[in-house]
Design a protein around this ligand. Structure first.
Ligand code: C5P
Length: 238
């Protein structure tokens, strides 16, 4: 399948039409941004690694009964996906305090949470992705109550699956972000799951292996993503 017209260009990915009205090509770029796009760099090969990592994770989730937009991976940077109407809400699941949670509530980074926490953020660079509660999501008409309940349940299920997936390769899943969309009226998991959208720490050394390396100028960003991919392939590769 060939890339058609550019439909949407995001910060790290682009979406192209295909000759099938129901399918799009999700293209992974090397662009890496943080702080609502204020910090931006090209990290060579990041798009390729992220496409490969997202592929393995979406295949794993599909195998475990999660409905997703993933159809197949077409090339090192191109994934064929079902066309969705994206729900403009980022669903964040946290197992350990970090990032905006630690800043917002004054909780030391690394503190385990007594149970997984699901949070919602409104997708808006202009407003800096404000945190919202389920009532806001419903009130603003972004999702129905049923869709909210479904997204929450799926997010927690995905968390359990991914915690085990990463635990088996000596990585701690600290937190991650999901996006959902509607395809033929049904809510399915969309977007990507990569070290850009997760916090992943080495289980024994606690070394940061995710996008915080970029946000905090720690260096070795792509090298860390490659290390995650190496471990995934060692354990789950064909
Ligand atoms: O910044 P914060 O602590 O709220 O991020 C929680 C998780 O969601 C992190 O894994 C982060 O990488 C991810 N995230 C994301 N895209 C955003 C905001 C957060 O992938 N726009």
């Amino acid at each position: 399948m060939e890339r058609g017209k550019l439909l949407y260009e995001g910060k790290a990915k682009a979406l192209y039409e295909t000759d099938n009205d129901n399918l799009l090509i999700q293209y992974f770029k090397d662009d890496t941004t943080a702080f609502d796009g204020a910090k931006k760099e090209q990290l060579e090969e990041k798009g390729v690694i992220n496409c490969a990592i997202s592929t393995k994770i979406f295949e794993f989730l599909e195998k475990n009964g999660v409905k997703t937009h993933f159809v197949e991976t077409l090339s090192p940077r191109e994934m064929l996906v079902k066309k969705c109407e994206i729900i403009p809400v980022e669903v964040v699941v946290r197992n350990i305090a970090a990032g905006s949670f630690s800043r917002r509530y004054g909780v030391k980074e690394g503190t385990p949470l007594k149970e997984p926490l699901v949070e919602f953020f409104y997708k808006s660079d202009e407003l800096h992705d404000p945190m919202v509660c389920p009532n806001h999501v419903y009130l603003f008409g972004w999702a129905t109550r049923e869709e909210l309940a479904y997204m929450t349940k799926e997010a927690l299920k995905i968390n359990e699956l991914l915690k085990n997936f990463f635990d088996a390769i000596d990585i701690t899943l600290v937190d991650f972000k999901l996006e959902f969309g509607r395809h033929n009226g049904e809510v399915i998991l969309a977007d990507e799951i990569t070290p850009d959208s997760c916090r992943l720490w080495d289980k024994s050394t606690h070394e940061v292996l995710d996008k915080d390396r970029f946000r905090k100028n720690m260096g070795k960003v792509v090298e860390s993503y490659k290390e995650i991919y190496r471990r995934i392939m060692e354990k789950y590769g064909e």
